[in-house]
Ligand binder design. Structure first.
Ligand code: PLP
Length: 454
């Protein structure tokens, strides 16, 4: 066989022949083939046949400035021509990376914090767990290793990221999760609340259960609790008011660090700069990615609060080094793009802007609650989840064999809209640059797709 693509082959054939896709049923892919996207234009992406789609998911919750921002492209180009690569090991730093760290701390209102850079959300989450372990070891508690996470949480695809995730499809093929990861109930009132239980009662019950679990596992063995402020891939789940504040108080009593996975929520998605502000808690460590660079470059970070940093600094001095970091940590091209994205967000007045457009989105979506397929609409800011039900009264889900979410996703695509299928739910997380008319059009296309499937 030739090493080069034969001129007669289409991209779809080449893809089927050579590409192993992320998060994809490989056999179905051989039958169905890929959606080949050739270019982007504002909130739209355009496929190889010239068909335009409203990208209702910002790709993977990340292309917050849409798909054709010239300023981000310019920032990348300038940095590529100035310093295309340098690293952050052994006291080195690209100038732009240091400036980005400062800007992130300003926006997070954590002036005493430090920023550690990585390339992906999974790496940032893995880094947080290692930091939590290092923190407890340095304070004389090396047995504090276990980590608590939520059922239906999503924290990535590395060995630890997948272990932390509470989604069976992240575990089944690999014999995960690793020992020492504890999954607790998902704080989703619609699905997990008991008959007649109010949100406040549900919240109190979950916190009580968490306390019992901590006692059963032994608080002396538990390093950290990790959660997304709003759980994205698990179905856009917004925990009840007061949940995180109560969890935080409980963790503090047991010297367990609170880790926020802000990879979807961070930098404006929920109508505040960070999801923990929307949900009312203060993390000891937080991981960000995605909107940090508007998805234009792979970059993530961990914000390390001052008290945790002080312990890590002391330890690294004793050990003569912090034994963690990546070749591409703080990559200058990614940093330059991120810095530009954060400038644009400030000029756009994110989070005021995302809060206002979020209200528009949720107002437009709310009439869909009358649709026979929709049991619940949830979310805040520019992120929404729609629960698909077979029976609204009993809240019964469709049988898995009907793949209802996939049906809606494909129907939406036929109407020129990309949404995310999460099994029993459909997600929307459009670019921050979407306008009111485009929101109305997006929701109209979604309704048409639901009607087609119904
Ligand atoms: N955490 C959350 C909340 C995510 O949504 C994702 C990705 O979607 C990740 C972690 C993993 O990020 P990455 O795919 O960049 O490793």
């Amino acid at each position: 066989p030739s090493l080069h693509t034969p001129p007669t082959s289409t991209i779809a054939q080449v893809d089927r022949r050579y590409h192993l896709h992320s998060q994809t049923n490989m056999r179905r892919h051989q039958r169905q083939g890929p959606l080949v996207i050739e270019r982007g234009d504002g909130v739209h992406v355009i496929d190889e046949h010239g068909q335009a789609y409203i990208e209702g998911m910002s790709g993977l919750w990340c292309a917050s400035l849409g798909f054709s921002n010239r300023r981000l492209a310019g920032a990348a180009q300038r940095q590529l021509e100035t310093l295309p690569y340098y690293h952050t090991f052994n006291h080195r730093v690209p100038a732009v990376t240091a400036r980005l760290a400062e800007r992130i701390c300003e926006l997070a209102k954590m002036p005493e914090a430090k920023v550690f850079f990585a390339c992906s959300g999974s790496e940032a989450n893995d880094s947080m767990i290692k930091m939590a372990w290092a923190y407890h070891r340095a304070r004389g508690n090396p047995q504090k290793r276990k980590v608590i996470a939520h059922q239906r949480g999503f924290h990535g695809s590395t060995v630890m990221g997948a272990s932390l995730s509470g989604l069976p499809n992240m575990h089944a093929a690999f014999g995960l999760p690793l020992d020492g990861v504890i999954h607790v109930d998902c704080p989703h009132h619609y699905r997990n609340g008991q008959a007649g239980e109010s949100e406040a009662e549900f919240c109190a019950r979950l916190v009580n259960q968490l306390e019992k679990r901590i006692e059963a596992e032994g608080p002396q063995n538990i390093a950290a609790f990790i959660s997304e402020p709003i759980m994205g891939a698990g179905g856009v789940i917004v925990p009840p008011a007061g949940y995180f504040a109560a969890v935080q108080a409980l963790l503090a009593r047991h010297d367990i660090l609170m880790l926020a996975d802000e990879i979807i929520c961070g930098f404006g998605r929920t109508g505040q700069w960070f999801g923990h502000q929307t949900m009312g808690f203060t993390p000891d460590l937080m991981a960000c990615a995605k909107s940090l660079s508007a998805g234009y470059q792979p970059i993530s970070c961990v914000l390390v609060s001052a008290p945790v940093y002080a312990v890590l600094e002391e330890q690294s001095s004793e050990l003569d080094g912090f034994g963690h970091g990546f070749t591409y940590s703080g990559h200058p091209v990614a940093a330059a793009v991120a810095l530009e994205a954060l400038d644009i967000y400030r000029e756009m007045n994110v989070p005021l802007h995302t809060a206002a457009m979020g209200r528009e989105l949720h107002q437009c979506l709310s009439p869909l609650l009358d649709h026979p397929l929709i049991g619940e609409i949830r979310g805040i800011g520019l992120v929404a989840g729609l629960e698909l039900v077979e029976d609204k009264a009993s809240r019964a889900s469709f049988p898995a064999r009907l793949a209802i979410g996939a049906q809606v996703e494909l129907a939406a695509r036929r109407h020129g809209l990309i949404v995310r299928n999460m099994g029993d739910a459909i997600a929307l997380a459009p670019p921050y640059i979407i306008d009111a008319e485009q929101i109305r059009e997006m929701v109209a296309r979604l309704r048409a797709a639901l009607d087609e499937v119904y």
